[in-house]
Design a protein around this ligand. Structure first.
Ligand code: GTP
Length: 203
């Protein structure tokens, strides 16, 4: 039986390279967390925001249903494992909150590729051909595997996404997976796409 699909917006980062909270950056006039949450909510039955404990009362994050990290210092893996712990029966469509060009067709491609044979559905990275871990459907079995990895100190979600139980899709034709981590990347994306950013997500 196929697991229910829930959505998880990863917003528990520290944004050290950006220097300001990436979730709060406005694109098309709205904070990226709000845009990501609305987009993801339109694709799943339940949606949550993944935060660290010290972020729970942050004004930007407090109005969303939250799942709070249990583990410290494991980066995005902390968020994925907290979600798995809270709803072990669910599969998770996980989306980082630093992807301002993400769009509905890209998420639909992941959902349409879901199949009982696969423990995850991900896109190949344009940069190195490996799986993109933070715009990905994680089935319970892949999250169990991540849990085992983290227990032995292997915290990169990507390390779970190899092998023949993973459905790897070609990179999307649109620049949906461009993630923005630095002020220089932000300037570049506003220069190229600033005028159309309000069209990428539902209002
Ligand atoms: N829940 C949770 N999410 C995280 C954590 N670390 C990173 N994320 C999220 O994972 C995604 C990718 O994060 P990164 O860009 O690798 O890290 P970052 O902390 O946001 O940024 P840097 O400090 O510049 O590395 C973003 O959506 C982050 O909000 C964490 O410890 N817990």
């Amino acid at each position: 039986m196929i697991a229910p699909l829930y959505g998880l917006v990863l917003a528990g980062g520290r944004s050290r390279r950006m220097g300001v909270d990436k979730a709060a950056i406005p694109y098309g006039g709205r904070p990226q967390l709000a845009r990501t949450f609305d987009l993801l909510s339109s694709c799943v039955t339940r949606c949550f925001v993944s935060v660290r404990k010290e972020q729970c009362d942050d004004p930007l994050r407090q109005s969303y249903p939250q799942i709070v990290d249990m583990l410290g210092d494991c980066g995005p893996a902390s968020g994925l494992l907290a979600a798995h712990g809270a709803f072990p029966e669910a599969a998770w469509l996980v989306l980082a909150c630093d992807l301002p060009l993400m769009n509905q067709p890209t998420l639909a491609a992941l959902i349409n590729a879901r199949d009982a044979r696969y423990t995850a559905v991900a896109f190949r990275s344009l940069h190195d051909g490996l799986a993109e871990p933070l715009c990905t459907i994680w089935e319970p079995a892949a999250l169990d595997r991540l849990h085992q990895n983290v227990a032995v100190g292997v915290v990169r979600p990507r390390d779970v996404l190899a092998g023949d139980t993973i459905c790897l899709l070609p990179p999307p034709a649109s620049p949906a997976l461009e993630n923005i981590n630095t002020p220089a990347e932000f300037a570049m994306i506003m220069d190229k796409f600033g005028n159309s950013l309000d069209l990428q997500c539902p209002a």
